[in-house]
Design a protein around this ligand. Structure first.
Ligand code: PLP
Length: 351
């Protein structure tokens, strides 16, 4: 770091993204929860139909067409809908808009929450999960700052029932609850139906996982009109042109193809189920996942060794060298063929 870096940032530990290796030909990449299927076919048409002049001009900062398509797809009003450059940006905007007094989140959850609180010097309260990695909502009763809940949680994949989200919302109507639904389309219950009833609920999501558009960078927030107005206030003070022209059009095309979306999600869930069954037959423990990844304890092998041995066999998964996570590896659900290979290598490792 240079001698010019802000003092407050000298201790910051930035987020470590999963590897994106080049020359991936022989590598099976199950480390960043990307979707194994391509984006909706109509996305191709958007790329083909984009002229070079479309890039010369600034993009629409209001993202009108996309926000309208979002509102239609999710049965909300345009004023209840917000989009940004990935949901990581949404999380940052929420931190800037609503969290100067502090935030609370689980000890085991999406690592970016803690990075953002450190970046913005926001006080944080860490609430431990139960022994079985589930959330006890009663542990949040006393908290008055905004709460961030990933549903399903990362990196465990464990979902939280909608009734528990509702308890959190009711504990204190003056406390914001942010539900990060990055993986909700793979079988968990969305908090969307509660938006009309609770003005302290903000739901976030992303096109990176269930819509196969990680590289397009598109995230969204859904909530009552005032909360969305807050996010626009910060956005127009920070990065008004945050969603580029191509991504705005691609997002609309992806939203319109409901059948394709449903089929991809169904396929990922079916592959997840057979993968879990086969891992359990091999003696592994797998946490109950509603996401497009599973958190696997090889039991006979440490998380680190399991990770390394998979890597030696050209299979990339994610390992977290942290308390309560060391016994596991996180494995994204790929195609059926990729999972066959992963299972065959796992069987070898555990022999
Ligand atoms: C992947 C992920 C995000 C970020 O998604 P982007 O839209 O790609 O920035 C947010 N929250 C969780 C829990 C995630 O896993």
């Amino acid at each position: 770091m240079s001698r010019f870096l802000n003092e407050s940032l000298s201790q910051l530990v930035p987020y470590t993204p999963g590897e994106q290796p080049r020359g991936m030909d022989k590598l099976i990449k199950l480390n960043t929860n990307e979707n194994p299927f391509p984006p909706a076919p109509a996305v191709r048409g958007v790329l083909d139909g984009t002229s070079i002049d479309d890039l010369r001009r600034y993009n629409d900062p209001s993202c009108k067409g996309l926000v309208e398509a979002m509102a239609k797809a999710y049965g909300l009003r345009v004023e209840e809908t917000f989009v940004a450059n990935g949901s990581d940006e949404i999380l940052a905007l929420i931190m800037m808009a609503h969290c100067e007094g502090g935030v609370a989140f689980a000890d085991i959850t999406y690592g970016f929450y803690g990075v953002l609180t450190d970046l913005f010097a926001i006080p944080k309260e860490i609430v431990p999960l139960r022994e079985d990695y589930t959330i006890n909502v009663m542990d949040y009763q006393h908290i008055t700052t905004p709460i961030f809940i990933a549903n399903p949680n990362a990196p465990t994949g464990i979902p939280i029932p909608l009734s528990h989200i509702e308890v959190l919302l009711q504990q204190n109507s003056n406390r914001l609850v942010v539900v990060d639904e990055a993986y909700v389309d793979f079988g968990a219950e969305s908090a969307l139906p509660l938006i009309e009833q609770y003005d302290n609920l903000l739901v976030t999501g992303t096109f990176s996982k269930s819509r196969s558009l990680a590289g397009a960078r598109l995230g969204y927030a859904l909530g009552n009109e005032q909360l969305i107005a807050d996010l626009n206030r910060v956005k127009y003070s920070f990065h008004p042109y945050n969603v580029n022209t191509l991504t705005q059009r691609i997002g609309v095309a992806a939203l319109e193809d409901v059948d394709y979306f449903n089929r991809c999600c169904q396929q990922v869930m079916a592959t997840r189920q057979t993968t879990v069954e086969r891992l359990e037959k091999l003696g592994c423990q797998v946490l109950p996942s509603c996401a497009n990844f599973i958190f696997v304890n090889g039991v006979k092998v440490s998380g680190k060794d399991y990770y390394k041995k998979l890597r030696d066999a050209n299979i990339l998964v994610r390992y977290f060298d942290a308390n309560r996570l060391r016994d596991f590896v996180r494995v994204s659900i790929g195609t059926a063929e990729e999972m066959d290979k992963f299972l065959a290598v796992t069987a070898e490792i555990l022999k």
